[in-house]
Ligand binder design. Sequence first.
Ligand SMILES: [Zn+2]
Length: 196
Amino acid sequence: MDALDQLIGVLAKLPAIGRRSAERIAVRLMTDPARKLVKQLADALQTADRNIASCRICGLLTERDRDPCRICSDPRRDRERLCVVEDPGDVLALEQSGAYRGLYHVLGGRLSPMNQEGPADTTVDRLLERVRQENIGEVILALNTGVESDATASWLKHLLEAAGARATRMGTGLPVGSGISYVDSLTLQRAFEGRR
Ligand SMILES: [Zn+2]
């Protein structure tokens, strides 16, 4: 495999980038005057790799020297509400929508009944532990739509209620099969208000 193919192959693994986009990005990078963009991209990737970690409480992406993250350590956040998301990227969309002012918990996956796989036990255990210890009144399941996310939501609801929390699911209005990160702010606000 030559170097250009290799670059295109790696780029095509990124979310929302198909083969054609990967080709266009690769060509753009390699024809950039003095390869300035290549250097900036390489620097930004290395810096991010060195400095970004997961918050030890909620699992959000944070600077290594800011752990717990800025949301977990913000005294103005509503500490009686916990919003469970599948992916750290979902939090960016929810924060941008301004629909929510509570805390988060990143699941890092979902239950797949077909192959008996679920999110890592540790993140679920940590979620239940937070619910028991942090005086959480409501846990909002802000999961994506689709069969596996639905299965994950019912399974979590059961566990959360057994742990003594009120579990609600973000309401309708989210397009079927869609990820939260792809939905606009207004739709997210409505889905939050319509939770049940
Ligand atoms: Zn955090």
